[in-house]
Write a protein that binds this ligand. Structure first.
Ligand code: SF4
Length: 278
């Protein structure tokens, strides 16, 4: 096993990169401006729940939120979250904020807990009522379809994205036990697209490059944007030739003529600086 796994700087880097998800704008308490790697993904975000019952084995959030993995999986609503979220939304509306608020970085907005609490639905309503934009990112599958009525009513202020990692369902169950099966996520994405909601797919983490490439084949007809990253902070990353993957993925995305964004972590494996697409 690689020496780097036991290197304390590895933990520090995660906390520096994502722990700043906890840094909040001065005037807000729940909606915040991430920094580092997270900011590249979205300039504003909110986490309505503390923890996530999807329990993905590769999840960085327990470290970022300084929780033990077992405790992190016992998720709960954050204290007084909707009241604080409403205050933040009012403030952002006063500032005429146009950037999307991502739900979410360190939790999933459609984990099973949300079936009971429905905080995500209330948060979307608050954002739309305050002329703010929402970007959903989830592995919740069918659970997330509940709120398509809200997203489709406010298409110009909504986008819906799913994360896809494993093609093999057994592997998915092992690595993302609480999340929805991949076929269910793709079905939800297709429905969102049919309703005219802007859709995106997040290919990150990339565990097996061949799976990421196959997902593009499977979904490109109903995806407006692909966001492609790599795998970090896991020994599996050393089994992948990221230069080859970067070139293969760009070639495929260009063949299909779809919009894409290559994250900086992967882009640094570029062999051709002119190929940068952002
Ligand atoms: S869905 Fe996201 S936040 Fe939840 S456990 Fe998986 S990686 Fe972590």
């Amino acid at each position: 096993m690689s020496r780097r796994i036991y290197d304390f700087s590895y933990i520090e880097r995660i906390i520096q990169s994502y722990g700043d998800c906890l840094t909040k704008r001065k005037m807000t308490t729940i909606i915040y401006e991430p920094r580092g790697r997270a900011k590249e993904y979205s300039e504003l975000a909110a986490n309505l729940y503390s923890g996530c019952d999807h329990a993905c084995s590769y999840c960085y959030a327990p470290l970022a939120t300084r929780k033990k993995r077992d405790t992190f999986c016992l998720s709960k609503p954050r204290d007084g979250v909707l009241k604080k979220f409403l205050n933040d939304a009012e403030e952002l509306e006063r500032q005429n904020e146009k950037r999307s608020i991502l739900l979410s970085f360190t939790t999933d907005p459609y984990q099973s807990l949300d079936v009971k609490y429905q905080l995500t639905r209330e948060a979307i309503k608050i954002l739309h009522n305050h002329n703010l934009c929402v970007s959903i990112l989830t592995k919740g599958g069918k659970r997330s379809e509940r709120d398509f009525d809200l997203l489709s009513k406010n298409k110009n202020r909504s986008e819906y994205g799913i994360t896809l990692v494993f093609i093999d369902e057994e592997m998915r169950q092992k690595m993302e036990p609480g999340a929805a099966p991949v076929v269910e996520r793709i079905e939800a994405l297709k429905k969102a697209h049919k309703l005219g909601i802007k859709t995106y797919v997040s290919l990150e983490p990339v565990w097996f490059p061949e799976d990421a490439l196959k997902f593009i084949d499977m979904t490109h007809d109903f995806v407006d944007l692909f966001k492609v990253g790599k795998l970090n902070y896991n020994p599996q990353q050393f089994n992948v030739n990221w230069t080859v993957f970067r070139n293969d993925v760009i070639e495929k995305l260009r063949e299909y003529g779809v919009d894409y964004y290559i994250k900086k972590d992967l882009e640094k494996y570029s062999l051709d600086p002119l190929a940068v697409n952002y």
